[in-house]
Design a protein. Sequence first.
Length: 131
Amino acid sequence: MDGNFKAKHMHDKKPDDQVFLMDGKGYIVGQKKYHDYLKAAKDAPERSDCNNHRAVNQANAHRHKLEATKIGGCACARHGCFIPHSLVDFQKGERQVNMDYALSHALGHNMAGIQRVLTFYDINCQYMKNF
């Protein structure tokens, strides 16, 4: 699990012209269900206990001109490939609410026969507090 700080996306001038070619059928989650989840989910912003970790401390930064401030998702540590349906965009930096959605979709994909899962995340100490 991790986020990418370099993937920024500006608000569209004509959002009705946006076409999602494979909305929710590829690696990125379906937009409508994801945005409905974000509207309904409670987000409790808190300052990181980590030693000035940029991903957590910038989670509350407001980027009014950006539709997405970065992306995040889950990948297989053994094979290095992204897990389908587990990539999400972030609206206000890297927040737990976004990564919860990514992880739940990753765990819901092709888990037949898997009984235990080990997660790796650069801010796992902060993430697991509220998991």
